[in-house]
Ligand binder design. Structure first.
Ligand SMILES: O=P(O)(O)O[C@H]1O[C@H](CO)[C@@H](O)[C@H]1O
Ligand SMILES: O=c1cc[nH]c(=O)[nH]1
Length: 232
């Protein structure tokens, strides 16, 4: 057991899928893994280990934002020996042409995070995904005929902003979308020499103000989970 995860040694696989929402983790376990067992209920942050095509895989929620995610990623690595983490999340697109449900492979993450700065001194650089895992994801997407956009994203400490021009600079820089966890995942992974990649499904477009329906979100996230499990 670690401070925030109730799993016994050996109950968490070397590869873990994470999402902000613990219910998404449960859906993956219930619908896409076989023989899944629940290894964590501490703080309601559900975690499961099961099998996908014979390979042992875990899936767990992290909560929203960098501080919460950093705790779980740290404990996965240092208490459970996790070697590969794939985030399956939602995001707000900031490029107007990005449709709802579009799948994004986050090749790097910029951030405004104060927490990130406590770990790393140079927050202005985009933190890259694990190169080999990203390459594998691209090839797998082609094989599965899943359309993906590949590009940089932005990991923010805030969801709601009062600044109407907040994204102008980042749109010009070619940033595709905004979410709240990836930069710390990539940084902790690189520092600890493990693999990490984020897959995101566009749940809303911040520029066009389009929002997904529950049904569209469900369909898009199924594709994302399928791709994540195939590269896991
Ligand atoms: O869908 P998840 O994985 O929670 O990710 C996104 O959704 C939450 C905000 O609604 C943040 O956690 C953000 O990163
Ligand atoms: O707009 C959005 C949508 C999902 N997640 C975010 O962080 N922002």
């Amino acid at each position: 057991m670690s401070l925030h995860i109730g799993a016994k040694p050996g109950e968490i696989a070397e590869t873990v899928l994470i999402s902000g929402d613990p219910i998404r983790a449960r859906n993956i376990a219930e619908n896409m893994l076989s023989d899944a067992i629940c290894f964590n209920e501490v703080r309601g942050m559900l975690g499961f280990t099961g099998f996908y095509k014979g390979k042992c895989i875990s899936v767990m929620g992290t909560g929203m934002g960098i501080p919460s995610t950093a705790i779980y990623v740290h404990e996965f690595i240092h208490s459970y020996g996790v070697k590969k983490i794939i985030r399956v999340g939602t995001c707000g697109a900031i490029q107007p042409e990005l449709e709802l449900g579009q799948l994004i492979l986050a090749e790097a993450a910029y951030t405004d995070s104060a927490t990130h700065r406590l770990y790393y001194q140079d927050p202005d650089l985009a933190v890259p995904a694990h190169a080999q895992l990203l390459e594998q994801a691209k090839e797998t997407a082609v094989r599965l005929q899943i359309q993906v956009r590949i590009g940089p994203i932005f990991t923010s400490d805030i969801f709601y902003s009062e600044d109407a021009n907040r994204w102008d600079h980042w749109i010009k820089k070619g940033v595709l979308a905004v979410e709240m966890e990836t930069s710390i995942l990539y940084s902790l992974a690189a520092r600890n020499q493990i693999e990490a990649l984020t897959l995101l499904s566009v749940s809303d477009n911040i520029i066009t103000e389009k929002l997904t329906t529950a049904q569209e979100r469900e369909h898009a996230s199924r594709e994302m989970m399928h791709l994540a499990l195939e590269i896991a």
